[in-house]
Ligand binder design. Structure first.
Ligand SMILES: [Zn+2]
Ligand SMILES: [Zn+2]
Length: 433
């Protein structure tokens, strides 16, 4: 039977350094025994080079060539059987958390082919890597080294499906399939690879979930908040038959939460509920969780002046004052889908705008990035007089598909990775490519 996917072959092209990172110097190094090959002369026995941009070209320091080059390629064997922690070409710096408040330069170790070029006088690096090696690295980058094996296996299959489906294809015009960051899937090469996560990749090699003989578009996020969200709440073009609302719990409860928010907030029995992780070291299981705290239920506040600044930035209206924030529609998990803003603009005239984006709402209501759009305004009654807006919310991320903390909760309950995946993607089936 033919299984179709979005990726044309078993090589995925990952954008590692992008022109927007504005990097002009990069250093590369590798262990001498790796058998690195390069397409430029003069590498000799060197296993360390420093690159800099010069007149729109690449200068190589460390090799014997003094020519300025347009593009260079280095290749490191990338069969999954060769991988181990820090295997590959060590590249430094690489930007992690691009555009987020935790953005920082890191170093990564990359197997496969590195194509290095200069665009707008800044470096661009694309890593073409075997899909199985990529998936093993993503599962570790997304999860902690001590995650239970069922969680690692589930995350590995999800990363494989998401990569093969390539449904979002955000970067095709930039010459690669996915970027290395949270915008797509977090990929930090083999840097944090463990034998444990590598085993999950080898044990599930080629395994995918399909629906109608097509690899599924396996969306996932950190914490659904108790109910998995419907695809069409977050993205246009839905619904998708296996990305549907469901309670993230052993038993499906009657009805959806959207009509009874108080009841929903009180529900604490979900797989991703905080109380399941009382005695668990989340950092070890979920990796370097970027912000500490509770994600199942949370409270955040924002000064009204900062809210105005954000609204000015993201709505295209210069607001002098906001007089009304109305929640027009929520998805099943209580995530806000449409929000209506009313106020006075810079000229003193009445202004209004309908915000139709879960992502946009999260940008507007926080100075960093709001955990989710599943919130209520706690001080709605006194908002006119208060200096702050106080948000009470649930979950972290869009909430569609697999809930990573819920999958951890299930794995801690000794549930098999296949049952975990069939819980989050109902109606799909397993097959091996
Ligand atoms: Zn991306
Ligand atoms: Zn959940």
């Amino acid at each position: 039977m033919h299984i179709s996917s979005g990726l044309n072959n078993d090589i995925i092209r990952v954008g590692i350094v992008l022109p927007e990172d504005k990097l002009h110097t990069i250093s590369l190094s590798w262990a001498p025994h790796l058998g690195i090959s390069a397409d430029f002369p003069g590498l000799g026995t060197t296993h360390q080079i420093a690159l800099s941009t010069e007149a729109g070209k690449i200068r190589i320091n460390g090799a014997t060539t003094h020519e300025l080059l347009d593009e260079i390629t280095l290749i490191c064997p990338d069969d999954i059987s060769l991988l181990s922690a820090e295997y590959g070409i060590h590249v430094e710096p690489v930007i992690a958390g691009r555009g987020f408040h935790w953005e920082k330069p890191i170093a990564v170790d990359l197997p496969g082919q590195l194509k290095i070029s200069v665009q707008d006088d800044c470096f661009k690096i694309i890593n073409s890597v075997n899909i199985e090696a990529y998936v093993a690295c993503v599962a570790t980058s997304e999860m902690g080294a001590e995650a239970p094996s069922a969680l690692l296996a589930a995350q590995t299959v999800v990363a494989r499906c998401w990569s093969l489906a390539l449904a979002e294809a955000k970067h095709i015009s930039e010459g690669f399939d996915v970027c290395n960051d949270d915008c797509c899937q977090r990929y930090q090469g083999t840097t944090f690879l463990t034998s444990h996560s590598l085993k999950a990749a080898i044990d599930t090699r080629g395994e995918v979930l399909v629906y109608d003989n097509q690899v599924i578009d396996a969306r996932y996020s950190k914490n659904c908040g108790g109910m998995v969200e419907a695809y069409e709440t977050v993205w246009a073009g839905g619904p998708v038959p296996y990305l549907v609302p469901l309670w993230d719990a052993p038993l499906q409860r009657a009805g959806y939460a959207v009509d009874r928010i108080d009841d929903f907030w009180a529900y604490d029995d979900a797989y991703c509920s905080t109380k399941r992780f009382d005695s668990v070291n989340l950092a070890e299981m979920l990796g370097k969780v970027d912000v500490s705290g509770s994600y199942y239920r949370w409270e955040q506040q924002l000064s009204k002046s900062d809210l105005l600044k954000n609204l000015n930035k993201y709505t295209g209206i210069i607001w002098k004052q906001i007089t009304g924030i109305r929640i027009m529609e929520r998805g099943p998990s209580t995530r806000i889908k449409f929000l209506f803003l009313e106020g006075i603009d810079e000229l003193g005239a009445y202004a209004e705008q309908l915000v139709k984006s879960e992502y946009g709402i999260r940008q507007m209501f926080s100075n960093s990035f709001l955990y989710s759009s599943a919130f209520v305004i706690k001080n709605a009654q006194t908002l006119k007089e208060d200096n702050h807006i106080v948000l009470q919310g649930a979950g972290w991320g869009h909430g569609v598909g697999l809930c990573q903390m819920g999958a951890l909760g299930m794995a801690l309950d000794k549930i098999d990775y296949k049952d975990i995946l069939l819980h989050y993607y109902p109606g799909t089936r397993f097959t091996t490519l």
